[in-house]
Design a protein around this ligand. Structure first.
Ligand code: SF4
Length: 193
């Protein structure tokens, strides 16, 4: 049942032309990982490498994210990861509000299917899409939010960490907080044993 729901969702994403971003992308990037994971990460949108491959967070930013997660003992292959928009915005610009709105129903369905206990929001676009328009990364990163039994943590997008490496210590602090939350909730299946 869940498998067919995933297949239907990914097919809808593949065929989607609901916003102008579809015309410029080589591949849709629906997201990937452990679809039954208690941990879900959400970014902004695919970059060049993601557009080329069809997989989320596989370029330089994704490699940095994988490294930072591994430093706190979290395995990339034990979480689910996706973006707010599934098509690459030109020149990696921030997706327009109408583009985000058109794509948001896919993200909502992904959240319903994965049913994560913990969600990490990578950057302002993901933070605002999920938590509301008042979110500011510089002010709100590292804070925990809770809704309907799910915990949400806002932190920097790894692309911002590549542009400004001085932010990496704060990101490490946020990921240590994430690890503590996973341990507190007994969700150690996402961690290296
Ligand atoms: Fe459809 Fe989302 Fe791609 Fe826009 S970004 S065309 S809504 S899949």
């Amino acid at each position: 049942m869940a498998e067919s729901a995933w297949e239907a969702l990914e097919e809808e994403i593949r065929l989607c032309e609901a916003c102008p971003l579809h015309s410029g992308c080589a591949h849709k990037v629906p997201g990937q990982g452990d679809k039954g994971s208690p941990l879900m990460l959400i970014g902004e949108g695919p970059g060049q490498r993601e557009d080329e491959t069809g997989y989320a967070f596989v370029g330089a930013a994704g490699q940095l994210l994988t490294q930072l997660l591994s430093e706190v003992g979290i395995f990339r292959d034990r979480l689910y990861i996706c973006n707010v928009v599934k098509c690459r915005p030109p020149q990696n610009r921030v997706p327009e509000p109408e583009e985000q709105a058109a794509c948001l129903p896919f993200l909502r369905r992904q959240l319903e299917l994965v049913q994560p206990r913990v969600v990490v929001l990578l950057g302002a676009t993901a933070g605002r899409a999920v938590l509301g328009s008042g979110i500011r990364v510089t002010r709100d990163r590292g804070k925990w939010y809770q809704a309907n039994g799910t915990y949400f943590l806002l932190t920097y997008h790894p692309s911002a960490l590549l542009r400004d490496t001085s932010k990496q210590q704060e990101a490490r602090q946020d990921l240590r907080s994430l690890r503590s939350r996973l341990v507190e909730l007994g969700l150690t299946q996402t961690l290296a044993q």
